[in-house]
Design a protein around this ligand. Structure first.
Ligand code: AMP
Ligand code: MG
Length: 427
């Protein structure tokens, strides 16, 4: 008598929203901070509010090259005023006598008493024994004057703790006189790929690849994505599909990292060693997420050695991404990215979506919520990459975003669909 195979216990699929809420619930913000030069702070997350000790700009100043005057002195076009001083940017000014004007340049401080600037294009210089100008346009009080503090007032919180610094925010911090900023420490992420079929580019030439071998592509985009998220990445390379090797890699990584991120091996096949190995060293939840691409996904923890130091948390986060490249890519963007933002204390916002018309047809209704690789076209609609297989990385390069298509939904040309731009997902 032959024994029948054990029944397949299929866990019910989990919704992406539940998976995200669950991952985020584990992502307690890291406490470590460091001080970095403002020059080097692009992409970092502020560890404290930036409060301005001064006002920006510090004084009223001209936003034009022209003449500073009292608007009330010129009630009709063609009036001639004597020029009594010349004020360049970075130089002090004298109070302005009524009935006179000052030659002034962009960024130069307004002289006391003046309340408007007439741009030089609206004036004609008058020679002779007095140096004067014809004012050809009647000025309004306040015109071409930048007010002291119009950008930043003293005491204002200019940038808040938890904000991710952009190039513009570095400029703003510098305008407050800040040469250094306190930022959240970079999350330390150990990255490894699993799979005996994987070969590193550069190690074996394309023509010498053994049958069944493929190049490790996930390692390249995952490392780059992590870096863009501000992480310090330890790349542990390819871990063979063996329990001992997987255990050893996890153990080494846990002590000195905040997160271990792997790709591949999270299905429940015999060659998928991640699950038992993480379970042996900590805990693991393996989810089947109702999304396409990207069904298998794992979150867990790996215990640290006592030697990891008294201040170290007892365990390191573990996230296992699916091996299929597009699945790995999309689950990183939709799950790992918000996780890493939360670790860094950044408030996670709902995904930004835009409603755009589909310029394609999707006939087959999927049981899972699908993230289609699409591209905006010149006609304001979206084109679909023809091959939506989770192994086809070309789709992710060709596309400039994803359509978030609900389960069971078919799409006809002209249908409004929900578009998520890669530029909002890839920092
Ligand atoms: P797995 O999740 O390990 O079952 O892998 C699923 C599919 O993704 C298989 O076809 C693997 O060969 C492929 N794959 C896994 N890891 C990688 C990787 N790092 N780069 C490219 N393809 C991969
Ligand atoms: Mg594998």
């Amino acid at each position: 008598m032959t024994s029948s195979p054990p029944p397949q216990h299929r866990a019910p699929l989990m919704s992406l929203d539940d998976a995200l809420a669950s991952v985020l619930a584990h992502a307690l913000p890291l406490h470590a901070t460091e001080t970095v030069a403002t020059f080097d702070a692009d992409g970092r997350v502020l560890a404290q509010d930036l409060v301005s000790a001064l006002q920006v700009p510090p004084n009223d100043n001209s936003s034009m090259d022209g003449y500073a005057l009292r608007a009330a002195d010129v009630t009709e076009a063609g009036k001639v005023l004597p020029v009594t001083q010349r004020i360049a940017a970075g130089h002090a000014s004298e109070p302005l006598e009524p009935g006179t004007c000052a030659r002034i340049f962009t960024g130069a401080p307004m002289p006391a008493g003046a309340d408007a600037v007439v741009m030089q294009e609206d004036t004609i210089e008058v020679g002779g024994n007095i140096h004067g100008v014809h004012i050809q346009a009647v000025p309004q009080a306040g015109q071409w004057v930048r007010r002291a503090g119009e950008d930043v007032t003293r005491g204002a919180v200019v940038l808040s703790k938890g904000e991710r610094l952009s190039p513009a925010s570095l400029g703003l911090a510098a305008s407050l006189g800040l040469a250094h900023l306190s930022v959240v420490a970079r999350p330390r992420v150990a990255l490894f790929s699993t799979g005996d079929e994987l070969v590193m580019p550069g190690e074996v030439a394309p023509e010498a690849m053994r049958p069944g071998a493929i190049y490790n592509s996930n390692r390249f985009f995952l490392r780059a994505l992590l870096r863009r998220m501000g992480c310090e990445v330890s790349d542990l390379g390819i871990v063979p599909d063996r329990r001992e090797a997987t255990l050893a890699a996890l153990k080494t990584a846990a002590d000195h990292h905040d997160l271990i991120l792997t790709s591949g091996g999270v299905s429940v096949g015999e060659e998928d060693h991640i699950k038992p190995a993480v379970q042996q060293l900590g805990s693991l939840d393996l989810w089947q997420i109702a999304m396409k691409p990207g069904k298998p996904f794992a979150y867990g923890t790996v215990q640290r050695d006592a030697g990891a130091g008294p201040a170290a948390a007892e365990s390191c986060h573990f996230i296992g991404l699916p091996g299929n490249p597009v699945s790995s890519f999309v689950t990183f963007l939709l799950l790992v990215r918000p996780f890493l933002l939360r670790l860094q204390g950044v408030e996670t916002k709902a995904l930004k979506t835009t409603t755009l018309p589909a310029h394609f047809t999707l006939n087959k209704a999927e049981k899972r919520r699908e993230f289609l690789r699409v591209r905006r076209n010149a006609a304001g609609g979206l084109d679909l990459f023809p091959n939506q297989s989770s192994g086809v990385l070309t789709s992710a390069v060709w596309a400039d975003g994803l359509v978030d298509n609900p389960a069971g939904n078919t799409i006809a040309p002209g249908d409004p669909v929900s578009f998520i731009s890669f530029s909002d997902l890839i920092a």
